[in-house]
Design a protein around this ligand. Structure first.
Ligand code: C2E
Ligand code: CA
Ligand code: CA
Length: 260
């Protein structure tokens, strides 16, 4: 009976997820990414939120996983991209050089019509060169190398930049990383904890490696002043985390931009 309840609940979540994607009822939340040199706002990362009327808030890691399993992730990611690009145009009226980072899953990126879709969005919303960045994780690097490079190269021709997310938490192949046309690298927050204990070897190594591969570095999950200070000493380029600002809804983020 317990299994049956779980199965029914899962079926219910799947059908609700289907509806959520169809009527685009997830919320686009935003977390600022600041330049470490002068604390100015560089970009924001889009973090999706799903508030279900009876199930409550469902964490993105959970619903993204289900969307992957039922092959709806590409539809979801595209809907997030569409809505965020429309939003960017409005937000750039408040902060002219603002850039936008969006998470995309490997399946979304490897879809053969994705580059065309991105081109349409760039044109439709007149997104300037370099203002849209796509965040991919190391799992993407497991895809067929030639196909992956083709896909990234075609999308970069639209002025889109690529960012490797959660760097160091998966199974990165450094030779693969070197072969990929990537622009930014995000250090996972789990590596920043050592900075509070005065151990900077890992962060220092990652930052130096990224810089020598011509990538700029974003440290995410920054939670303490000590981490900020150490990251500045290590020449990290950008910071993101609760210490600076938590993810916000559109109204809160608009207010945040108006205040700075
Ligand atoms: P991520 O891309 O690694 O995003 C960073 C996560 O860390 C976010 O969790 C964010 O809210 C959280 N975070 C930010 N600052 C701090 C901090 O200082 N300390 C700590 N402990 N956490 C911090 P969130 O919003 O729950 O998202 C989880 C994951 O879900 C994301 O991880 C991303 O992989 C995925 N995700 C979220 N929205 C989307 C989306 O629209 N599309 C896709 N494909 N994936 C998404
Ligand atoms: Ca991310
Ligand atoms: Ca991350």
């Amino acid at each position: 009976p317990e299994l049956e309840i779980n199965l029914n609940e899962r079926k219910y979540i799947e059908s609700e997820l289907l509806n959520m994607i169809a009527d685009e009822s997830s919320e686009i939340w935003m977390q600022p990414i600041l330049r470490l040199s002068d604390s100015s706002v560089f970009a924001f990362e889009v973090l999706s939120r799903w508030f279900h009327p009876s199930l409550g808030e469902i964490a993105p890691v959970d619903f993204i996983q289900i969307a992957e399993e039922i092959k709806l992730i590409s539809a979801f990611d595209r809907s997030v991209i569409k809505r965020s690009c429309a939003q960017l145009t409005e937000l750039r009226k408040l902060h002219s050089d603002l850039k936008l980072c969006i998470n995309v899953s490997a399946n979304t990126l490897m879809d053969s019509s994705f580059a065309t879709f991105i081109g349409e969005q760039i044109q439709l919303h007149s997104i300037p060169n370099g203002a849209l960045m796509l965040e991919i994780t190391e799992t993407v690097l497991a895809s067929d190398e030639a196909a992956l490079i083709n896909s990234i190269t075609a999308i970069r021709e639209w002025g889109v930049r690529f960012l490797i997310d959660d760097f160091g938490t998966g199974y990165s192949s450094l030779s693969r990383l070197n072969a990929m046309p990537l622009d930014y690298l995000k250090i996972d927050g789990s590596f920043l904890i050592a900075l509070d204990e005065n151990q900077d070897t890992i962060c220092k190594t990652i930052i130096q490696m990224a810089h020598s591969l011509d990538m700029l570095v974003i440290a995410e999950g920054v939670e303490t002043a000590t981490q900020m200070q150490r990251l500045a000493e290590l020449n990290c380029d950008f910071v993101q985390g609760y210490f600076l600002a938590k993810p916000m809804n559109l109204q809160q983020f608009t207010h945040y931009l108006q205040k700075i």
